[in-house]
Design a protein around this ligand. Structure first.
Ligand code: SF4
Length: 81
């Protein structure tokens, strides 16, 4: 799967290009405050990556360590801050 990190500022362009419509806006008050990719539906096509103005989206195995938060939660602040 691809994942969206906390660099996301909710542009939403990614959601419009995803061929399987697995990117959802999330909810600012719940556990996914930014856009969120459903890992069970993502086909790893990569189409969303260049659409993000902030380069917030990564293949799961290429997420910068600073964005790998406790418990494997990518949609969170960088570890140690
Ligand atoms: Fe959708 Fe492709 Fe991005 Fe996965 S990698 S979220 S399938 S656009």
């Amino acid at each position: 799967t691809h994942v969206i990190t906390s660099l996301c500022l909710r542009d939403g362009g990614c959601a419009t290009v995803c061929p399987v419509e697995c990117i959802v806006p999330g909810n600012p008050v719940d556990k996914y405050p930014w856009y969120y990719i459903d890992p069970d539906t993502c086909i790893d096509c990569g189409a969303c990556v260049p659409e993000c103005p902030w380069a917030a989206i990564f293949p799961e195995d290429e997420v910068p360590s600073a964005y790998k938060a406790k418990g494997g939660e990518y949609l969170s602040q960088p570890v140690g801050t």
